[in-house]
Design a protein around this ligand. Structure first.
Ligand code: EPZ
Length: 418
């Protein structure tokens, strides 16, 4: 049985909604719990499919993981397993986050190589190269990465490409390495800062997270902690963009505006009004928005995870905009779907040229990944009439109760079971 979302769009959004905890921060935090046998608690963990998948990965490894009203409890006392199977890793590439912790805890890991992905090729070579520098030996057998290390030793690692996942895995492994590890060209994303902050609270010695140079001094004994995950900046960005596309006046509670500088700047540049009050972000839009080009980039640049929502917003903006994707050059599956809603868009290599139209009109469209789906929700809320969004399971991987949130903002959205 597959769910679909039916949206009656074309009317402004008004209301207030509370932001969820960050999916992409919670995933590595759950993996990090493996580093300290005992019970780690992660507060504000979002209730969504990818989090449940990571729970399954941890259970396969012998841990207990349960989510109750936003409180994720991970008991890793008996996490003696070291193998993450294909059935789980193929559902979610972020399962690969257990590599660093397993090497640190058991000196070995067997993890399925993540397969293909709707975003284009997403290799794990950087994870492997970095852990090799720390003394890990790797082998590939029948689609599995086999990793082994007798002793991890601190090293200097300079990433060719800034990678969130590889930086996270390396930090986690390095907490168990003897001596100093220096990561250069490290990812600066807020999710990496949250991971380093939690590890430091567990007893690690990590300096420089949030900058391109991170230093880890190891090994230090780690103990379980009670943590609160950062708010989901991508959810906030998606809802703000939806508010901008549909018009109206919305307030998001419990956000971190400092994680969203580029989005807020771009929204203002396009003609939206933004007011910040403590942890609240208020957006109001009275006139048609103006076009504004974006190029996705590593943090603090424009996040690739908001490229699809932004493309949907630009579909209705006045003028022509260029959307350029530098992180995943093929991440444009939402474009043909937005064209079905009446968008005027032309693909050119890793860019799409969007000519803003006066109005979009509802149609049946299909999600191909989490954020492409988010772009379709934005388009549907702005489009006049009814839009049916199929393959909602992609959205459910990454957005907690999306229809409740949209409804809290006055949107008309219903989940249908076919
Ligand atoms: C994280 O993926 C996010 N996932 C993605 O969000 C996000 O799109 C991406 O970062 C970029 O911001 C999670 O946090 C769970 P990367 P990650 O390693 O860590 C290349 C969502 O919808 N690369 O920073 O896998 C890679 O191909 C998801 O929530 C290598 O070449 O991304 C890409 O071009 C989708 N070799 C670039 O680096 C490697 O070994 C950045 O990827 C690793 C990455």
């Amino acid at each position: 049985m597959m769910d679909r979302l039916t949206v009656q769009g074309g009317k402004p959004l008004y209301g207030t909604v509370k932001v969820s905890g960050s999916k992409n921060a919670t995933l590595p935090l759950m993996a990090a719990a493996l580093l300290a046998p005992g019970t780690t608690v992660i507060n504000d963990a979002p209730d969504l499919q990818d989090i449940r998948t990571m729970g399954m990965v941890l259970r396969v490894l012998g841990a207990e993981a349960k989510l109750d009203s936003g409180v994720m409890t991970v008991d890793t006392t008996n996490a003696n397993g070291w193998e993450a199977p294909y059935e789980l890793v193929r559902k979610m590439r972020a399962s690969f986050y257990v590599l660093g912790p397993l090497i640190a805890r058991h000196g070995r890991a067997k993890i399925s190589l993540p397969g293909g992905c709707a975003l284009g090729p997403r290799p794990v070579d950087l994870h492997i190269k970095a852990l090799t520098k720390l003394g890990c030996r790797f082998d590939l057998d029948s689609g599995y990465v086999l990793a082994e290390a007798d002793k991890l030793i601190g090293a200097r690692i300079n990433f060719d490409i800034s990678s969130v996942g590889a930086t996270g895995n390396t930090i986690m492994a390095a907490t168990a390495a003897q001596g100093e590890t220096v990561i250069e060209n490290a990812a600066c994303e807020p999710e990496i800062v949250d991971l380093a902050d939690m590890l430091n609270a567990m007893g690690a010695k990590i300096v420089g997270a949030g900058t391109p140079k991170i230093t880890i001094e190891g090994p230090t004994p780690l103990h379980p902690v009670n943590w609160k995950v950062i708010p989901d900046r991508i959810e906030v960005g998606t809802l703000l963009i939806a508010g901008a596309a549909a018009g109206g006046n919305i307030t998001l509670e419990g956000a971190r505006s400092d994680h969203l500088s580029i989005i807020l700047t771009k929204l203002i540049e396009s003609g939206a009004q933004i007011d910040l009050q403590g942890g609240n972000i208020k957006l109001s839009v009275s006139d048609r928005l103006r076009s504004s080009d974006i190029t996705t980039a590593i943090y603090p640049g424009f996040p690739t995870d908001l490229q699809a929502p932004w493309t949907a917003l630009m579909a209705l903006a006045e003028g022509t905009s260029m959307i350029t994707e530098t992180i995943y050059p093929e991440r444009f599956n939402h474009v043909p779907e937005l064209i079905r809603l009446g968008g005027e868009m032309k693909m050119k290599l890793n860019s799409v040229q969007v000519s803003g139209v006066q109005s979009l009109k509802g149609a049946t469209v299909m999600c191909s990944d989490i954020r492409a789906g988010a772009g379709l929700v934005v388009g549907a809320l702005a489009a006049k009439g009814t839009t049916d969004i199929l393959r909602v399971y992609h959205l459910d991987r990454g957005y907690e109760k999306i229809e409740d949130k949209v409804r809290a903002l006055g949107g008309t959205i219903e989940r249908m079971r076919d």
